[in-house]
Design a protein around this ligand. Structure first.
Ligand code: BTN
Length: 254
């Protein structure tokens, strides 16, 4: 079903609602290969995903109708492909800010883009890019937020949701409107060359400036996150020696 009555200015003006789909990211990617391109800001929302995808080949499990599972089409042609992490910052910040207005607990971004409350993950982001030559044609922003699901599988002991934190249900539709508006705000800032987002991202970073345990190549080490560099690498201080890590090269021990 396709509807165009979503009252946003840009993100969500074109919206496709699906009852059941493998993955909203995959659906959006397939639509992009068709002859009539979708407009930037298109939102694909699913009631149920039967093969939802998470970071680095993981599965994203979400109970039917309980959570926000959505993909947003952006066209960040104004950014160099080498600045991909800036978009990750903008999206993570937008989601972290929306959840911060709803919850009394502090909401963190766990590097690179997990959304955490306390020691629990309430949401994740999967950004997939289509780059042609030196132009960033499209970014597919997949967002999964746990909203009204109160039971999680045993293999996800770190998961939480808005209903568990608020002790009442929250409207998925309302949340989507808030998320779209927040992303639109940060995305326009990015387009107009705003440089404060990196600082805000670091302020919201889970565990920054705290001595904690990490696992690197299976070995436990103690270190302190001090920064994230412009390429999105995590900068960790080990007793005065700084080291940088790409995604999956270092694991938090929570
Ligand atoms: C992660 O934390 O591993 C990222 C999870 C991203 C899940 C969302 S749900 C909507 C979109 N479609 C997908 O298949 N994945 C993303």
């Amino acid at each position: 079903m396709q509807s165009n009555d979503f009252s946003r200015i840009f993100i969500g003006r074109n919206r496709i609602n699906l009852d059941r789909v493998a993955s909203t990211n995959d659906y959006l990617k397939a639509e992009l290969s068709k002859s009539k391109p979708l407009p930037e800001g298109t939102v694909i929302m699913a009631v149920e995903q039967f093969a939802g995808r998470g970071q680095v080949g993981t599965r994203w499990e979400s109970q039917k109708g309980k959570n926000l599972t959505v993909s947003i089409l952006l066209s960040p042609y104004f950014l160099k492909p080498s600045n991909q992490f800036d978009l990750n910052i903008a999206i993570s910040l937008a989601i972290q800010a929306v959840l911060s207005t709803l919850l009394t607990e502090k909401v963190f971004i766990k590097w690179p883009n997990d959304i955490y409350v306390g020691n629990k993950k309430v949401g994740g982001i999967l950004i997939e890019n289509i780059i042609q030559g030196n132009t960033w044609k499209y970014a597919i922003i997949g967002i999964g937020l746990n909203v009204n699901q109160s039971e999680f599988p045993e293999n996800a002991p770190n998961a939480s949701s808005l209903i568990k934190l608020l002790h009442e249900s929250y409207s998925i539709e309302k949340l989507l409107t808030e998320i779209c508006s927040g992303i639109e705000h940060r995305y326009f800032q990015l387009k107009h060359g705003e440089h404060e987002q990196k600082r805000l991202y670091c302020e919201a970073l889970f565990g920054i400036h705290e001595k904690r345990m990490f696992k690197i190549n299976g070995i436990l080490v103690e270190g302190t996150i001090v920064d994230v560099d412009d390429n999105g690498q995590l900068v960790v201080d080990f007793d005065g020696h700084l080291a940088k890590f790409a995604f999956k090269e270092i694991e938090y021990v929570i």
